[in-house]
Design a binder for this molecule. Structure first.
Ligand code: AMP
Length: 173
């Protein structure tokens, strides 16, 4: 078993009081662990023959980049409004307080494409669900979602339907 746990740093009250932030930068800083993380995620989704990896800004970009190189898929950035230069689809979603929005390029993928969604962490699932809806707007199929960390108590999985969901580390409390 790879010891990812020792490379995830708990930061209390960041970015707001009451949030226990799971900081993945120690994992990124350890090339053996980072390589193991990419290898393990790649092994979990390779059988799905993904054509693209859709990465959620910004920490999702890091892992999706590695997966694209390893499994020879295209990289799709899913970003906050105003960041993508071309024509976009938008999807707004509920946050604990207020709403947020994500965008994807309309020509990032399309029918016949098999897309794996990538982010560092699954919490309530609102962010990932918005990204899934964006990929589906292009006509592409979402075949899996991959996370480094899943916070199971927040029940994000319950918002995600129709594809495999993978993590490297799952916290139950
Ligand atoms: P959610 O939409 O609630 O599933 O939140 C997932 C998104 O917010 C991901 O892009 C994470 O990077 C970030 N996030 C949410 N909660 C945390 C946390 N406790 N530690 C680190 N990142 C988090």
């Amino acid at each position: 078993m790879t010891d990812y746990l020792s490379a995830i740093r708990d930061v209390p009250d960041f970015p707001k009081p009451g949030i226990l932030f799971k900081d993945i930068t120690p994992l990124l800083n350890d090339v053996e662990l980072f390589t193991a993380a990419i290898d393990e995620l790649a092994a979990k989704v390779e059988h799905l023959r993904p054509t693209h990896f859709a990465a959620i800004e910004s920490r999702g970009f890091i892992f999706a980049g590695g997966l694209c190189e390893r499994l020879k898929g295209g990289f799709i950035p899913v970003r906050k409004p105003g960041k993508l230069p071309w024509k976009t689809y938008s999807e707004s979603y509920q946050l604990e307080y207020g709403r947020d929005e994500l965008q994807i390029h309309t020509d990032a993928c399309g029918p016949n494409d098999r897309v794996v969604l990538v982010d560092d962490l699954l919490a309530t699932g609102g962010t990932a669900n918005a990204a899934v809806n964006l990929v589906r707007k292009t006509g592409a199929e979402v075949v899996a979602a991959c996370f480094v960390v899943e916070l199971a108590a927040l029940k994000g999985r319950a918002k995600l339907h129709g594809f495999e969901i993978h993590n490297l580390l799952c916290f139950d409390d």
